[in-house]
Design a protein around this ligand. Sequence first.
Ligand code: NAI
Length: 332
Amino acid sequence: MHNITLINGDGIGPEISDAVVKILDAAGVQINWEIQTAGEDVIEKEGDPLPNRVIESIKKNKVALKAPVTTPIGKGFRSVNVRLRKELDLYANIRPCKNIEGIKTPFNNVDLVVVRENTEDVYAGVEEKIDDNEMHSIKIITRKASTRIVEYAFEYAKKYKRKTVWAVSKANICKLTDGLFLECAREVAKKYPEIEYKEILVDALCMQLVQNPSKFDVLVMPNLYGDIVSDLTAGLIGGLGVAQGANIGLNCAVFEPVHGSAPDIKGKNLANPSALLMCAIQMLKHINEFEKAENIEKALFKTIKEGRVLTKDLGGCATTTEFRDEIIKNLK
Ligand code: NAI
């Protein structure tokens, strides 16, 4: 039995969480879900969209599945997502991107993973105003953070039997910062002779991703490039409805879809639970439940490929619950 924190989010969060929990249950995965509410709905009761109990629950269970949470605009709260990443030191953002048969995209053989450093670069928030006409933002790259993210990328490649790790940078221009990132990447690569190591500049990467994405495998990069490139790669496989992600730290891992809380379709039984389900599949692999993960993945892909019961965003007219039941029917 696994103890896992479930942040069921707000907006469409509770609907898609419910679907995912029922699918995992039907697949026979033994999980004791510790449900933790967060987001808009708890602000009124607890005065904070991310009460401490949520952080404590993740620290205790070490693994969490997180549905999207609305970021209140102009209410003075920092994004729940940013706070989670900071408070749990979730230094690696992982975005696997693989074509799903049945979802039409310009390419057929995309199967890559973006590993994004999550804690520094220009996202460290070190900015200064020189005067009204000049602002500076400091790009911070450290040996510690660069080494651990590249190590994570190689360990990931090893665990999932991937062949090549590409270090992505702009070291020809940012000679000191990205230069240090590459220096660390080269050092780490020496420890993994069985995995091929390659380097590419981020601009060249973007061009090649939209021309021939199937040549890429594991891509590791600093925060800003990772933010942009991972949205590009999500677009290659069909966009928000199927884009999954994970934020991993030394002690904890939080699995969450890329899409938001979709307030426009909240409570209408229209939301597509696929992205959250794919996060749950990635989570099961993370906790070494490979067989169950693959069974659920096959059932999801079969449902999409058959194309008879699909949610509206996937071109069908099924409800969330009908789509969920079809996946359950397709489980082995
Ligand atoms: P969004 O991703 O919620 O919605 C964009 C469009 O995609 C909408 O038309 C929505 O109906 C549709 N959509 C999104 N997910 C869908 C799904 N699973 N099934 C069917 N349709 C889906 O982005 P938006 O509107 O910019 O953000 C809404 C709220 O979500 C904001 O408060 C934002 O801050 C928050 N957000 C939270 C994230 C998280 O918790 N990780 C990530 C992104 C946004």
